[in-house]
Design a protein around this ligand. Sequence first.
Ligand code: SAM
Length: 327
Amino acid sequence: MGRLRITTHFDPQADVVLYQGDCLDFLREVPDETVALVVTSPPYNIGKPYERRLALDEYVAQQRAVITESVRVLRPNGSIGWQVGNYVHQGEVIPLDVLLYPIFKSLGLKLRNRIVWTFGHGLHARKRLSGRYEVLLWFTKGDDYIFNLDAIRVPQKYPNKRYFKGPKKGQLSGHPLGKNPGDVWEIPNVKANHVEKTAHPAQFPVELVERLVLALTQPGDWVLDPFIGSGTTAIAALLHGRRAMGAEMVPEYLDIARERLRLGEQGRLRVRPMERPVYDPRAPQKSLPPKRVRLVSVAEWRAEQTQLPLFAAATEQKAPSPSPQET
Ligand SMILES: C[S@@+](CC[C@H](N)C(=O)[O-])C[C@H]1O[C@@H](n2cnc3c(N)ncnc32)[C@H](O)[C@@H]1O
């Protein structure tokens, strides 16, 4: 079993780069137009253990510097996924995506989706409604961008539904590979009983990042997370034959990231399966158990793909043309 090549500075031959320090210092090491996807959940300036609460304009200026560098290292056909919640000051809610959108726009990026990530658990508010979603802004650098929709289709609600009249009468009306997942994603957040929970206070779930990796990059591509925390982005990237790089200020969080990667090398890392439905207490039998995954280098991942029995058929099969309502 091959070991992952994990380096502490940018190295084009690495599987994973984990830089300990300020992300701006790290980004200076990365050449222009290197990464296919930047995906991150930056500090929200809400006083988490890893952040010093800043005046809002100072916070926005810091974010601008990181976003500007992220755009520089992004390939022309690449994407950015910036996942944020709200900044709350004396009971007033300020949505960070609204605050940060003008920065991306001023740098020439185009918003493709404002994805709502919704989840069932969180703090219970007393003087307003409890917050149960955050936002993921998906921007592209250009108009000619990677978008593998087929890789992230989800099961149709009625897979056998057919046209009942007209020239297509009798044919399946939905896309045979499943439907577009839409821009509202219901994915459990990483709370105490989540299988992926570590000591990091603000992890995002692997499956949130997996969708972006699959849709917005190709195997072998680089995925960058400037605020990589416990290494979730690296896990999602490696699971699908991509490479990952990221920076983290707090050494203990990088220890967690390295430990997760080590468990992955041994095939002992537990993640919540992407295809697992949200737990429904009325139908617990529908729930899939967590799975243990093995993380491998891009070369090993490619070799494994060619050994899958369906590989030849899947690559030769022409993707069905989209149904007319898809744009
Ligand atoms: C919201 S958390 C990201 C968690 C990550 N998505 C995960 O799943 O573990 C933000 C992280 O950014 C780190 N951080 C804050 N400022 C930083 C900086 N200037 N450079 C690098 N990391 C920073 C924090 O220590 C924290 O771990």
